[in-house]
Design a protein around this ligand. Structure first.
Ligand SMILES: Nc1ncnc2c1ncn2[C@@H]1O[C@H](COP(=O)(O)OP(=O)(O)OP(=O)(O)O)[C@@H](O)[C@H]1O
Ligand SMILES: [Mg+2]
Ligand SMILES: [Zn+2]
Length: 251
């Protein structure tokens, strides 16, 4: 038979305690408000641990994405669209990333490469990074300038390098969305063209979404990419042309 009594908590005052008869003694229940407070504390601690883990993961994702700090805050929302051309460019890039899930499907007939062509300062890199920021929680995007790709690959030739040339190429081949910026900025060496061909060829074969950005027009980009990749770009790529004056320092 259960027993009841009034007990006193030094913090919360009187409360109804219930006696539970065990084999050799009676266990009296403690203050329910204290129990509730303890549960709240555990919950808050777990919540803050979860927040810490997710902040750590977000930081890792950002570091993995290799976004240069000067573009850190670039998003679709802060891309100013004061002309029809800019509006069209923003819409094209936004639609491209919004449909990334279906683009990952190898049976999809949608273009899964996007080439941005345009003059300096027109906001290509801004939209490249905005695209990465838009999918960073869901896919594993990565931003790479061509000179950095070449540098990463050649760094593997050092005797103390922890990764091999093929590790780098495999990494760039398998990221969920690869953005290759500054194509044609430096005079393309044969070595540069070989790496780009390897990476782009593998991404083409594996149906991997890729964004290319360049100051070159279509024929010049085709020339720097080489026939094989240019042909693939024609097949699976969509072009966006940034044909206005530089906006650097304007907004
Ligand atoms: N429409 C825009 N709205 C807001 N900021 C913009 C816009 N266009 C360009 N900018 C800003 O201007 C600067 C230059 O833009 P960005 O670097 O993206 O140009 P780019 O086309 O990549 O140029 P380049 O060919 O020289 O690399 C950046 O700081 C970018 O955020
Ligand atoms: Mg740029
Ligand atoms: Zn209490």
């Amino acid at each position: 038979m259960s027993q009841k009594k009034i007990a006193v908590c030094i913090k919360h005052g009187e409360f109804g305690s219930e006696g539970i008869a065990l084999s050799s003694f009676v266990h009296w229940t403690g203050c329910p408000t204290c129990a509730e407070e303890r549960a709240q504390e555990v919950w808050a601690r777990e919540e803050s641990e979860r927040a810490e883990v997710s902040a750590r993961m977000a930081k890792q994702r950002r570091s993995y994405a290799c976004i240069p700090s000067r573009f850190d805050g670039c998003t679709f929302d802060n891309y100013v669209t004061d002309t029809e051309g800019k509006r069209a460019a923003l819409t094209a890039v936004r639609n491209f990333v919004e449909a990334l899930d279906s683009r990952l499907d190898p049976s999809s007939k949608e273009p899964f490469w996007l080439a941005m062509h345009g003059k300096v300062g027109t906001g290509k890199s801004h939209l490249c990074v905005a695209a990465i920021n838009a999918v960073i929680e869901k896919h594993s995007p990565m931003y790479m300038e061509v000179p950095r790709i070449v540098q990463r690959v050649s760094a593997t030739w050092r005797r103390d390098s922890s990764e091999s040339e093929s590790d780098v190429v495999r990494n760039l081949t398998t990221v969920g969305l690869l953005v290759i910026d500054e194509i044609g900025v430096q005079r393309g060496t044969e070595f540069e063209q070989t790496i780009m061909t390897d990476i782009l060829n593998a991404r083409y074969s594996n149906h991997m979404p890729t964004i290319l950005a360049t100051n070159y027009n279509k024929p010049n980009l085709d020339a720097v990419l080489g026939d094989r990749i240019a042909d693939r770009l024609r097949e699976v790529g969509k072009r966006v042309i940034f044909d206005w004056e530089s906006c650097r320092g304007k907004y």
